[in-house]
Design a protein around this ligand. Structure first.
Ligand SMILES: NC(=O)c1ccc[n+]([C@@H]2O[C@H](COP(=O)([O-])OP(=O)(O)OC[C@H]3O[C@@H](n4cnc5c(N)ncnc54)[C@H](OP(=O)(O)O)[C@@H]3O)[C@@H](O)[C@H]2O)c1
Length: 353
């Protein structure tokens, strides 16, 4: 009944490990040697956890190979969450961690003779610049990708799909993860948090950009926003890992993106919550000089989300897990903004522009 897990020290992984408390088997965590001390702090007290040193970039993955026999007889499921989406490390490093890393993991999985299920975390970014409703069974529709993270995650899905195995494969495409639904707390500043940090940190500049109570901003007025609290996604992933549904075919994809929320409404509310009384004027793509947003502490790569026109259907998830749902932004927005307004947010958001 045991699980082999990658990415357990990450933002999502830590919450998944909480949700897997009481799992009726051992949880083997693949941990990079440099992260071992942190993993011991996080999981040293848990009787159900075994830490295995390893790095997905290494052929064979595990530092010590003598665990293979134990893993082969014990491990029934793999939960693959490790990935890199640090856009600063460049395309080849992203490729190494994500694509080569998954390839190496699949090689290890081929040796796990009791393995029945493989759950992989992907992202709705694999839809790239697709416009319209992206269904769970859609994959390669000729979409273009705004960054190496999205294109490598797309390739990872392709690898998992093409993997010749009897193991049942589940690909979970996640929306943009934000802080805990109840407390709003996050320790990861990316996605929408860049804008929120900028609205706090560069408040005078934003005020200067406002003319007659109107602020021009690059976004598509009809763009949907797919954000979802990390704890809610973690609970769903843990459930899928515990109770993988049966299905016909080679792999099953689920969209864990949460209900779409109008981008325009999110942006308006974010400005108001952070004290900017203004109306937003959407600017068409290409009008804003590429250097402007980075000067406000917002990575240029975020522009893609501001113009995204993809919606994500989740029929397979609802069919296989009818009792599961992810919260609407309105349900946790108060906690979300309360945390963003706090000093703790400023401390966490300390680094960067
Ligand atoms: N966060 C989001 O908004 C979001 C949205 C959509 C999808 N996802 C997906 O969700 C998953 C988890 O994301 P996250 O936000 O939790 O990421 P994260 O906080 O950056 O954590 C990444 C995890 O992957 C591990 N890792 C990275 N490279 C590795 C390697 N070469 N070998 C072994 N482990 C490695 C890291 O280990 P160390 O502790 O050693 O660094 C860490 O545990 C990823 O697959 C990501 O693509 C995330």
């Amino acid at each position: 009944m045991s699980l082999l897990i990658t990415g357990a020290s990450g933002f999502l992984g830590r919450r998944v490990l909480e949700s897997l408390e009481g799992y009726p088997g051992l949880l083997y965590l693949v941990v990079r040697p440099a992260s071992m001390a942190q993993a011991r702090r996080l999981y040293g007290d848990r009787k159900d956890v075994r830490l295995l040193a390893g790095d997905l970039r290494d052929f064979g993955v595990l530092t010590e190979r003598d665990h293979i026999d134990e893993l082969a007889s014990e491990v029934r499921g793999v939960l693959h969450m490790a990935a890199s989406y640090d856009l600063r490390i460049g395309a080849s490093q992203n490729y190494l961690h994500n694509v080569v890393g998954t390839q190496n993991l699949l090689g290890l999985c081929d040796r796990l003779t009791s393995l029945e299920t493989f759950v992989s975390t992907s992202t709705i970014a694999v839809a790239g610049d697709f416009r319209g409703i992206f269904h769970e069974n859609m994959f390669n529709v000729g979409q273009g990708f705004p960054n190496p993270y999205a294109s490598t995650k797309f390739r990872v899905e392709g690898l998992v799909g093409a993997w010749k195995t009897e193991v049942r494969k589940y690909v979970c495409r996640l929306g943009i993860l934000v802080g805990d639904a109840a407390t709003g707390r996050t320790d990861k500043i990316d996605g929408p948090y860049y804008l929120l940090r900028s609205l706090k940190r560069h408040a005078p500049l934003w005020r200067a950009l406002s003319v007659f109570g109107r602020t021009p901003l690059p976004f598509h007025p009809g763009a949907p926003l797919h954000i979802v609290p990390v704890d809610a996604v973690a609970a769903v992933l843990a459930r899928i890992a515990r109770q993988p549904a049966f299905f016909e075919g080679r792999w099953r994809t689920y969209h864990l993106s949460g209900p779409a929320f109008p981008m325009a409404e999110f942006l308006e509310r974010s400005f108001q919550e952070l004290g900017h009384r203004t109306r937003l004027v959407p600017l068409p793509r290409g009008v804003v000089p590429p250097a402007l947003l980075p000067r406000l502490g917002i990575p240029a790569s975020l522009q893609h989300c501001l113009y995204s026109e993809a919606q994500f259907a989740n029929h397979s998830l609802r069919e296989d897990y009818p009792d599961l749902s992810l919260p609407l932004f309105g349900d946790y927005a108060e906690a979300f903004y309360r945390f963003v307004r706090s000093d703790e947010f400023d401390t966490i958001a300390g680094g960067g522009a």
